[in-house]
Design a protein around this ligand. Sequence first.
Ligand code: UDX
Length: 462
Amino acid sequence: MKVAVVGTGYVGLVTAVCFARIGIKVAAVDKDPNKIQALRAGKSPIYEPGIEDLLRSGIEEGRLTFHTQLAEALENARVVFICVGTPQSQDGHANLDYVFQVASEIGECISLKPRYKDSLIVATKSTVPVGTAANIKKIIEDHLISKAVSSSFEVVSNPEFLKEGDAINDFMNPDRVVIGCHSKETEGVMHKLYGPILNNNDAAWFCMKPESSELTKYASNAMLATRISFINEIANLSEKVGANIDDVKKAVGADKRIGQSFLNPGPGFGGSCFPKDVSALLTLGDRAGEDLKVIRATLQTNQYQKKILLKKISRLFSIDPSDTTQPLADRRITVWGLAFKANTDDVRESISLDLVRDLVRLGAEVVAHDYIAIDNFRTIMSQEAILITYDSDPIKASMNSDLLVIVTEWADYKKIDLEKVGSIMKYKQIIDARNLFSPYELIRSGWMYDSIGRPKDKDKDK
Ligand code: UDX
C-alpha cells in the first residue's frame, strides 16, 4: 500500500517516517521547497528524538519520498493524510484555511487523474473542529474539475495523539488508534495500514462516526489540560494550608480510577496543542450553544498559573508586578529552560516567553539557558526587540545572579552541582517551577528555595 502525507510539520513528518518504518510506501508533500530539499538530504526541520534515523532509513530503503507537488504524491496512493496546521484564529476557533486549501487541491488532482479501481481515502490528522470531515468532503466535491470523471473518495478522521519529544514512540506504541468513517471497507483499509502497529502492542482500535472521532481528539486534550489545571490549583492550595503536593498527588494518583500521569504541578501548560485546542473546544461549545464551564475554568486557571512565577518573584523582591518604574533594574535573574517542556526545542506558548517579557518590563537583566531551544527563543525575542543574554552553559548562566528560576524540566538540570551554582551566584536563591529538587536538602544547605505546592521549611523530610 502507498500513502501520501500532506504537510511535513510535526504531525506530518512523524506520520511519514513511522509509516515508512513499518513497510508502507510514503510520499510526503510540502509547499516549501527548502524544507523538501533538506528532507531529501535526510535533515529534519524539527527536533524530535529518533526522527532523523527513521528519515534516513526510509529514504535509503526507498520507501520514503518527498515532493512539492500534491499530484505527484497522490499517484497510486490509497490514503492521503492531511497534516497541515490549524492555528488559532482571533476568536479562538481553529483556522482551517490550510486544511480546506489541501482539500480543494485534492479535488482538482483526483479529477485530473481519475482512479478506476480503488477510491481515495482522505484522512484528516490535523486537529479540526467537529463537522470538518463533512466540510472537506463538500470542498473536494466542489473542486472535482469535470463532473463526468468518476473520482470516488471518502473522507475520514484519524486524529493524532503525539507528544512532542516522544512522538515516535507514541506513534509506534499508541494507546489507541481512532478512525472516524462511515464505510466498513474504509475501516478495513485503515486497519490494515495500522496493522503492524496494532499487532505489536495492546493498542485499542476505535471506529466511529467522523464527528465522534473529531470530538475525541479535543476531549482528550481538554481532559489532560484539566488534570494539569486541577493539580496546579491543589498545589497552590497546598502552599497556603501547609500541605505538600508531592505527597498529595502520589496518594491521589494511587487510586486506579485517577492514575499518576499528568498530575505534575508546574508553571501552567503551554505548547502548540493544549492552549489552542482547549480554546477551540470552548468556541465549539459556544457555537453549539453549550457553555463548557469546566473547560472554561481550565483555561482561566492556566492563565492564573502562568503568572505564578511572576507573583513569587515579586514577593521575593518585595515589588509590585504592575510597577512601571522598573523595580527590578538592579537585579540579574537567570532562567533555566526556554522550551515549553523538556525534550523539545519548541517554544510555542512557552511559559518562559511571558516570564521573560515580564522580567524585562520590570527592568531585570535576564540571562537564559536551554539545552536546545535558545535559537527559537531568540528569534521571538528579537522580533519583539527584547534584549536578554543567552548562555549555553547553565552554570555560567547563573554567574552573579540574584535569582535562578527553573521553568523547563530538563532532566540534566537535576544533575547539576547546585553547590557550584550557589558559589557563583550573588544570592543563593531558586524558584523551581518544576519541583526538580528537594526543598529540605536545599533549604538545609542555605538556599532560599521555593517551588510549586511544597513547604518552604527545612524541618520535615519524610
Ligand atoms: C499534547 C498531548 O499530550 C498529545 O497527546 C497531543 O496530541 C498534542 O498535545 P504536547 O503538547 O507535545 O502533547 O505536550 P504534553 O507532554 O502533553 O505537555 C503539554 C503541557 O502540559 C506542557 O506545557 C507541559 O509542561 C504541561 N504538563 C504536562 C504539566 O504541566 N504537567 C504534567 O503533568 C504534564
